[in-house]
Design a protein around this ligand. Structure first.
Ligand code: FAD
Length: 391
């Protein structure tokens, strides 16, 4: 293989380009916008920066937040003191850093839009705004709104969440996560450098209704959106059956990040999976173990082992978690109530939130801790009755 084109320069594409170029492969990255404020919370979990320490060890502007308040209707809020902070970037800064790293590693970066692609013999001819580009292999990193029909995940309405919100010129020191009645999704408030990103994501609900829910929340919290900037975008949230038939690779191409649907269907975390899949795709591409025709299969298998099996399992849990009931109340309400009363359960939720507790091992951990959690919940409940206001 002589030349690889990376289509899209968000976190997935930029990181793949960095890895490929630093291994000595001729790499060209094409993006219509390059560094831009892509609609996003910008939150990176410790799972991400522990695997890729440069994501925290750098001098770029970012916020490190160690307190999260999780709230649900009828339950008030529970506080999580994070053992490891959530790192929050503006997407302009994060993309800029990743693109600079790709360029420093030797990738050629070009600002242009890819209009179409055609397979000619065993290579690709790309039509771009600035002319044709010939390449042997493509990494497809064009995000959730991938306009290239031939490649990448085919997202249906069932496999996406709408996400929208405001960047508002205000500040707070903690993250808020708010569950809402009958919504497969949630509201977040993320403090960033110089502003807040306040947003909502939800499955199966029109944008207008989501926006009304968000504005009602902001009104209640006294956060004005009048001087804010509105944003909206799509968030892949693959249903279980879509994970099974996900078009994530084919002859001469591998899709990474949102273009491959690689987002946590519960939390909406996509940045880690974008960067991780960029890494895995470049490992497959650089490996001599697989023939050019075997690369798609090898990539699918590697993704499955690394994180996709876990996300597929998460997809089966999502609806029950957001809209299910437990002991005659909504699951989110019970979760928040138990978090407040049981340090063990609070810790588990913290690990889920940080992505260090997988969905696959969740049931085992819940069962292992069941007695302790019930004991702590009962004791704290009784204490709260005896000493009102203490818990
Ligand atoms: C509102 C919202 C909030 C979110 N909050 C978080 C969060 O807090 N934490 C988290 O981990 N994840 C979050 N996510 C998910 C996260 O934003 C994505 O998973 C992540 O951006 C995926 O990166 P990517 O590189 O795959 O795609 P993108 O970041 O979308 O990058 C795709 C790139 O491709 C380029 N492109 C597209 N088409 C073409 C073309 N034809 N030619 C050339 N270039 C093209 C675009 O310009 C863009 O730069 C959020 C998503 C949304 C919508």
């Amino acid at each position: 293989m002589k030349r690889v084109a990376v289509l899209g320069g968000g976190p997935a594409g930029a990181f793949a380009a960095e890895r490929l170029a630093s291994a000595g492969l001729e790499t060209i990255l094409l993006d219509s916008k390059l560094a831009w404020e892509k609609p996003c919370g910008g939150g990176l979990t410790c799972k991400a920066y522990e695997k890729y320490p440069f994501l925290i060890d750098n001098d770029r502007p970012k916020r490190l937040v160690t307190v999260t308040q999780m709230a649900a209707p009828g339950a008030g809020a529970a506080r999580m003191n994070l053992r490891k902070p959530l790192v929050i970037y503006s997407r302009y800064e994060l993309n800029r850093m990743l693109l600079a790293r790709a360029e420093a590693a030797g990738a050629e970066i070009e600002q242009t839009r890819v209009m179409g692609m055609e397979r000619v013999n065993s290579h690709w001819r790309l039509a771009t705004r600035s002319g044709a580009v010939e390449t042997d292999f493509c990494i497809v990193a064009t995000g959730a709104r991938n306009p290239l029909r031939e490649v990448g995940t085919r997202l249906t309405a069932d496999d996406t969440m709408l996400a929208l919100g405001y960047y508002v010129p205000e500040d707070q020191d903690h993250v808020d996560i708010q569950f809402l009645p009958q919504l497969e999704g949630y509201i977040w408030v993320f403090p960033r450098c110089g502003h807040l990103s306040v947003g909502i994501c939800g499955k199966g609900e029109p944008a207008q209704k989501l926006r009304a829910r968000l504005e009602a929340f902001m009104r209640e919290r006294g956060i004005s959106w009048k001087n804010g900037t509105f944003y909206s975008h799509v968030l892949p949230s693959l249903a279980t059956r879509a994970w099974k038939s996900n078009r994530v690779a084919g002859q001469g191409w591998l899709a990474v990040g949102d273009a491959g649907g690689l987002v946590d269907p519960i939390t909406g975390e996509g940045l880690y999976y974008a960067i991780r899949s960029g890494d895995l795709a470049s490992q497959v591409l650089l490996s001599d173990e697989h023939s050019p025709d075997g690369k798609a299969q090898a990539y699918r298998a590697l993704l499955h082992r690394d994180f996709a099996a876990n996300l597929e399992f998460g997809a089966a849990l999502a609806r029950r978690l957001f809209r299910g009931t437990l002991l005659w109340a909504g699951v989110p309400q019970r979760m928040v109530q138990i978090m407040r009363r049981s340090p063990r359960f609070n810790e588990l939720m913290q690990d889920l939130f940080a992505g260090t507790q997988g969905y696959l091992g969740l049931k085992d951990r819940l069962l292992r801790n069941l007695h302790g959690t019930m004991f702590e919940t009962a004791v704290n409940f009784l204490l709260s009755r005896l000493v009102p206001g203490e818990i």
